[in-house]
Design a protein around this ligand. Structure first.
Ligand code: SF4
Length: 382
């Protein structure tokens, strides 16, 4: 293991370059964050990038959803002052338009099937790798438990949440390896810290060479979101795993620097041997997971909504249930699938579902009382 200053000792993965930052190879763990502003709003996004860079972010991710966002990215890229990563989301072909302006692209293997279903995943990955290579970009294979490729998930028992993530990540590493593209890292994220630990440990055993991006998805609001993130990252970092990390917190855009500060604090604490007393949050009790928001968030009231849900459901904290609160209609339906109650934001309404059953959409004023009705029914039925 390599000793590096300010960072716990790392297992030696291969080094990949993201602009001026080196990930892996024993280099200090890079701390990332994501802009929560609308990318098409160039001034707001540049201000957000400055805020995150000032907080110590090594790399910042932005989302791109429209032609306006792509045009804005061309303006933002040269002024960013920090290496940028962009999320391809459901449109892998976007890579040719965004790669010229950023240093890293992230694709989710579970989103490749959305477009051009006749084309193989291998072809689509080759397309992404070619554009990344041409424009000097690194790639992240970003596997997320809530959106694993359905054809991979179908090979596993429904209760197995780690197996499909792991298989998908390993298969996509092989696709890139066969193309001779080695400038990639991998993330395996879940909202359950225990599954994040298991998935990353198992992946590292099989691919010790590949740099790992660590994170707990939809960790939620501070302080619970920090606690959940620490409980996954501490054991992994202490074991030398992880070359870059992101702490995802549901906080307003103006407070996003907190994600970076918490990431740096976790690294310093692990390096100094300071850990949470429990390796993972105790099982049982009400869990509220919520996304960190990004440029896709559909109503600025999202963070406040998550806070209202937490306050209003405090009476049920001893019940082993999960409520998921998401910021947009694109990822909301899928990312709430494993929750007992799921909410996701539209511009004027909040969608609600119970388990996998959609219950309709409600105004921002109506949603919390309606949620509590469903919560009470679930509690009474158990
Ligand atoms: S759920 Fe939507 S708003 Fe929230 S982080 Fe994901 S893409 Fe962004």
């Amino acid at each position: 293991m390599a000793e590096v200053g300010g960072s716990p000792p790392r297992r030696r993965t291969r080094a990949i370059r993201v602009g001026r930052i080196l990930l892996g190879g024993g280099h200090p763990v890079a701390v990332q964050s994501m802009a929560a502003t609308r990318t098409r709003d160039v001034a707001a996004t540049l201000a957000q990038l400055r805020l995150l860079a000032a907080a110590g972010a090594d790399i910042v991710r932005v989302a791109v959803d429209s032609a306006q966002d792509v045009a804005a990215l061309a303006e933002i890229g040269p002024q960013a002052g920090v290496p940028l990563s962009v999320d391809l989301q459901e449109n892998y072909q976007l890579v040719v338009r965004v790669a010229p302006h950023v240093q890293k692209v992230r694709y989710n293997p579970g989103h490749l099937h959305h477009h051009e279903r006749h084309r193989s995943a291998a072809d689509k990955v080759a397309f992404i790798a070619a554009a990344a290579a041409e424009h000097d970009c690194a790639v992240r294979i970003g596997v997320n438990c809530g959106s694993v490729d359905p054809s991979v998930r179908a090979r596993f028992a429904p209760s197995d949440r780690v197996g499909p993530m792991l298989a998908s990540a390993l298969e996509h590493c092989e696709l890139l390896d066969r193309l001779g593209f080695s400038r990639y890292c991998v993330s395996l994220k879940d909202s359950d810290p225990r599954l994040v630990v298991e998935a990353n440990r198992r992946f590292a055993r099989q691919r010790p060479d590949v740099p790992l991006h660590l994170g707990v998805t939809e960790a939620g609001m501070p302080p619970e979101g920090i606690f959940r993130t620490r409980s996954a990252l501490e054991p992994l970092l202490a074991a030398g795993l992880g070359d870059t990390l992101r702490v995802s917190l549901t906080v307003p855009a103006a407070e996003k620097g907190q994600e970076v500060a918490v990431g740096r604090q976790i690294l310093a604490d692990v390096a100094a041997g300071r850990f949470l007393s429990e390796p993972c949050p105790p099982a049982g009790g009400l869990t509220i997971v919520s996304c960190p928001s990004c440029s896709r968030v559909e109503n600025e009231a999202f963070v406040e909504l998550a806070q209202r849900v937490r306050a209003a459901t405090a009476y049920a904290r001893r019940h082993p249930l999960t409520i998921a609160v998401m910021g947009c209609r694109v990822n909301g339906p899928g990312e709430t699938d494993d929750a007992d109650l799921g909410l996701w934001c539209g511009p004027a309404h909040v969608h609600l579902k119970r388990g996998r059953k959609a219950l309709g959409q409600f105004s921002y004023d109506e949603i919390v009382p309606r949620l509590l009705r469903e919560l009470d029914e679930i509690i009474a039925s158990r």
